[in-house]
Write a protein that binds this ligand. Structure first.
Ligand code: BGC
Length: 728
């Protein structure tokens, strides 16, 4: 038993010492709020949501639950949140020992379950900003909202690497590159925790690359790839002090992760040194029985998951779990010491968040209208930095706000299409929880245009007759300089987003083609969280903008990019495939692009990773390194000059890539080695410096240990290359 030398350990040890086994098992139990509300179905509680105090007392006093999550599937006002949570804490304060409830929510793009909170772009859009400082600030802002609500545990960020757009949670990721995910992941974790809210690294491990593409289906990931691609963001977040982790609901190579001791204890705790709280995902211990079929009974499953390394079970609605934990200990199948280890980790988080009376509660933060206005401004800037210009034939963009435009498309007049899932509700599709006062893209265009904005409304399922009517309407407004068509998808979360095609809906392509056939200029704006195959539509468009899921301020940001008030600076955090069946990430291997004629040319995405145009004329020149020969412990100092030969101030993200000429494990064609976001005034130049430790040029070797092999490497910025050597 650790020596209780400081107030934190003293509280943890005295609390643990005073707990019965039943209380310890309860502490490890996390219940969904719906199970504590009035009504008979925890998934559809009676409206308006009210705590059923009898259920609360039973859960807190009889079952000793340690934690509650989420919201009964819809948003509340901040005042309502405070009331709800304080009612729970009042009951918890009466138990002995008095352990507070640890309240966790999914606030993945702002406090998306608090009515009126500022909503930022979803993670995939934030990734397109390539701006860790901005991600840090937004995460801290979200955390302050959560803290004010009494819910100081955020189930974010997602550190899964988005390698495959078929996976329906792709939009929740920071994109396809492990370094980008790591840097933004660390920013999100440290931003969240900077104001005393716990971040959650999720979902450990290998969740984002199921073989079928469908959510929660099996992944087959060899250990080398696991370490090369999926571990780095978690390693970085652990080093940055992430307090909690959530486990992957699915399986890797036949082993459900919730039952995988090698991953949850061997890798997570022993190798990566994680000392925080590990929570299961939704109902996942039970699923070891019902879905994965590696346990015959729920009790066996509980034993398996605890042995593997979980601390807390998101049960989420019934209270059988704690009794099974107690039985397992009484029967000698799990030691009480093992239970104590988990309870210590849970109590430590409660202390560190200032939930315990004797600990240091964080200063009370006032969430008022003016603070929220500041947050909305930050969200607007994030959306503006994310928006990615991918095509601009004949300089169609920017448009003049002094000339009329015609606007249509199924995502033009939808807040849901701007925000995506986890907004107001889990699926993000219930308009009753739209943020009051938030405006859609077409409303934003109307308010930022001096000339007329003609809107022709279309729902998602429009047909050929609607297209003909749209074209007639467009022709009628022949003063409009351009047709702006909002394409994309409506929100989905988790399995609801499984999609066997991942193509742009055929009616949207037909709409674009019909408008283009009029001979007018057509600009497409895509609102959605993953790249869909849409070569024909992009071909027919004059201009094409990727808006991602930019949040409530996204409409305004898009309007400002379209009319040139903002010079776009977002860059794709993923590779946009051209063909079904031809998806490769940018860091593919040579032989993945092998073609019949023995060339390596079969890599032809619609848009490359890192793509992003702007309205200036930017040139990169003078790429240099400080030396040409390095030792293994050296840092390469590289520099390039970005020159703005255009008429407008610009921001740009400049990527540094590396390529290992010969390696004992087949090298990637390119790997991201660094990136910088810089501003450059019209007519001016800026020097951009990169520091690249030689140690970063390594890979997971044949023996599964990380290795940097001496030899030659090419470094590349845009089309500028230089070769360096690393000495043995
Ligand atoms: C998701 C998690 C989420 C949890 C709680 C699960 O279905 O996979 O990402 O944190 O629900 O809402």
């Amino acid at each position: 038993m650790p020596v209780a030398s400081d107030p934190r350990s003293a509280w943890i040890e005295s609390t643990l010492g005073a707990m019965t086994l039943e209380q310890k098992a309860g502490e490890m139990t996390q219940l969904t709020l719906g199970a504590l509300l009035e009504g008979t179905n925890p998934y559809e509680p009676t409206e308006p949501h009210r705590l059923d105090l009898e259920k609360v007392r039973k859960a807190v006093e009889t079952y000793h639950i340690g934690s509650v999550l989420n919201c009964g599937n819809h948003a509340f006002t901040l005042e309502r949140w405070r009331e709800l949570v304080s009612q729970l804490q009042t009951v918890a304060a009466e138990r002995f020992p008095a352990t507070p409830i640890l309240y966790g929510v999914d606030a993945v793009h702002g406090a998306n379950y608090t009515t009126g909170a500022a909503l930022s772009p979803q993670q995939i859009g934030l990734a397109a900003t390539w701006n860790p400082e901005l991600v840090y600030d937004l995460a801290a802002g979200t955390a302050l909202e959560l803290q004010a609500a009494g819910t100081p545990w955020n189930f974010a960020p997602i550190l899964d690497v988005g390698r495959d757009p078929r996976w329906p949670r792709f939009w929740e990721t920071f994109g396809e590159d492990p370094m980008l995910v790591s840097r933004l992941g660390v920013a999100a974790v440290t931003g969240t925790q900077s104001v005393g809210v716990a971040a959650t690294m999720k979902h450990f491990l290998g969740y984002s690359m199921p073989l079928t593409g469908k959510d929660r289906t099996p992944a087959w990931i060899p250990e080398r790839q696991l370490h090369e691609i999926f571990v780095p963001p978690f390693r970085a977040a652990i080093e940055a002090g992430a307090m909690t982790v959530m486990i992957n609901s699915s399986e890797i190579s036949g082993i459900p992760v919730h039952s995988d001791e090698a991953l949850l204890t061997g890798l997570l705790r022993e190798e990566l040194g994680f000392g925080g709280l590990a929570v299961t995902d939704w109902e996942d211990i039970k699923y070891l029985v019902h879905r994965h079929k590696v346990a015959a009974t729920y009790k066996d499953a509980v034993e398996m998951a605890i042995r593997a390394g979980i601390d807390m079970s998101m049960v989420p609605a019934d209270l059988k779990f704690p009794a099974l934990v107690v039985e397992l200990v009484r029967e000698g199948r799990i030691s009480e010491d093992r239970i104590d280890a988990s309870v210590r980790r849970i109590l430590a988080v409660k202390w560190d968040l200032g939930l315990v009376a004797e600990s240091n509660p964080p200063a009370e933060h006032v969430v008022d209208a003016s603070w929220r206005a500041g947050q909305r401004q930050a969200c607007l800037e994030a959306a503006e930095q994310s928006i990615t210009l991918l095509k601009n034939a004949s300089q169609t963009l920017p448009l003049s706000a002094d000339r009329p435009i015609w606007v249509s498309g199924p995502t033009a007049h939808s807040l849901a299409a701007l925000n995506g899932g986890w907004t107001g509700t889990w699926q993000g599709t219930d308009p009753r929880y739209d943020t009051p006062g938030a405006i859609t893209a077409v409303e934003a265009l109307k308010s930022s245009w001096n000339a007329d904005v003609f809107h022709f409304e279309l729902a998602m399922d429009f047909d050929a007759g609607d297209i003909a009517a749209a074209v007639r309407d467009f022709r009628r407004h022949d003063g409009a300089q351009v047709a702006v068509v909002f394409l994309g998808e409506m929100p989905y979360t988790e399995m609801a987003g499984n999609d066997e095609e991942v193509q742009l809906n055929a009616n949207q392509t037909a709409l674009v083609e019909a408008l283009a056939a009029t001979g007018a200029s057509v600009v497409g704006v895509y609102l959605g969280g993953r790249p869909r195959r849409m070569e024909a539509a992009v071909e027919a468009l004059d201009g094409f903008i990727m808006g991602y899921l930019p949040g409530n301020e996204g409409g305004t940001a898009i309007a400002r990019v379209l009319n040139g008030a903002v010079n776009p600076s977002g860059h794709l955090p993923f590779t946009w495939p051209r063909k079904t069946g031809a998806h490769l990430t940018y860091d593919h291997k040579y032989t993945e692009t092998l073609d019949l004629d023995s060339s390596f040319t079969a890599f032809n995405p619609l848009f490359e990773f890192g793509s992003g145009l702007n309205y200036s004329t930017l040139e990169l020149v003078d790429f240099q390194t400080d030396q040409t020969v390095y030792n293994l412990q050296d840092t390469i100092r590289a520099q390039v000059t970005l020159r703005n030969a255009g008429q407008r101030a610009a921001e740009d993200v400049v990527h540094l890539y590396s390529h290992d000429h010969v390696a004992s494990v087949t090298p990637s064609v390119w790997r991201l080695a660094g990136f910088e976001r810089v501003a450059v005034q019209a007519g001016e130049s800026v020097d951009i410096a990169y520091e690249l430790p030689v140690q970063q040029l390594g890979f997971v070797g044949r023996d599964l240990a990380y290795v940097v092999e001496p030899g030659d490497f090419t470094l590349r910025i845009d089309s500028l290359t230089t070769t360096i050597s690393v000495n043995p």
